[in-house]
Write a new protein. Structure first.
Length: 205
């Protein structure tokens, strides 16, 4: 992936900054690139040099494409460490969340499709049952991941993926971290209503 962080793109900069600030509620203009956020980010090793400060820089420069689709946006675990360290109270987790939504709305091919599948399946499962039921969730998530290959009758990667997941399931079972039960939660109708309401409100923004 080529990530340019040096070039100012005036055509997109203002619109992008305004949109991200409004939707994330974070004041990007107060960032003075001290990098305290980067020092504490637990996924920084995984994201190369795209640390929270770099992401803000990309947005400020109007680097629309890279700001919307880079490893940090998809690997941020929303731990809020960056926000607690930032002298200006900037919570990058809210920014990465905004960038994910923007990428989805703009139909960009995400850099980490599995993360998108995970997100979507997790949220839908929560809305459907009021809580995530692990077996259903994992089944649907894997179906989403493998569907493109199944559709092409390309079964080798499907088998590899299932083997990997089976190994993971075995390890989790040993640690009692995998549950077979199926739970329904009271107030599912209210959860659905709430979700619909938020979606409507978001469209109006
Ligand atoms: S800690 Fe805050 S001010 Fe410093 S670089 Fe990170 S976001 Fe910017
Ligand atoms: S919230 Fe995201 S960007 Fe901030 S420190 Fe945690 S993982 Fe890194």
């Amino acid at each position: 992936m080529t990530v340019s962080v040096n070039e100012f793109i005036p055509e997109t900069a203002n619109t992008l900054i305004e949109e991200v600030m409004e939707r994330s509620g974070q004041n990007l203009l107060s960032c003075y690139q001290c990098r305290r956020c980067a020092a504490g980010c637990p996924v920084a090793e995984e994201t190369g040099y795209v640390t929270p400060d770099r992401l803000i820089r990309m947005i400020m420069l109007g680097d629309y494409e890279n700001a919307l689709n880079n490893p940090l946006v998809w690997k941020c675990v929303s731990c809020y460490t960056c926000g607690t360290r930032c002298p200006n109270g900037i919570h990058t987790a809210r920014i990465t969340e905004t960038m994910k939504k923007l990428a989805k709305e703009n139909h960009l091919q995400p850099e980490r499709l599995k993360v998108v599948n995970f997100h979507g399946t997790f949220i839908n499962s929560g809305i459907r049952w009021g809580r995530v039921n692990e077996m259903e969730f994992m089944g649907l998530y894997e179906l989403k991941n493998t569907f493109p290959d199944i559709n092409q009758f390309n079964f080798k990667p499907v088998i590899e993926e299932l083997k990997t997941q089976a190994r993971l399931a075995k390890a989790m079972l040993k640690k009692k971290r995998l549950h077979f039960g199926f739970e329904l939660v009271k107030g599912r109708r209210e959860i659905k209503k709430l979700y619909k309401k938020i979606k409507k409100l978001r469209k109006k923004l």
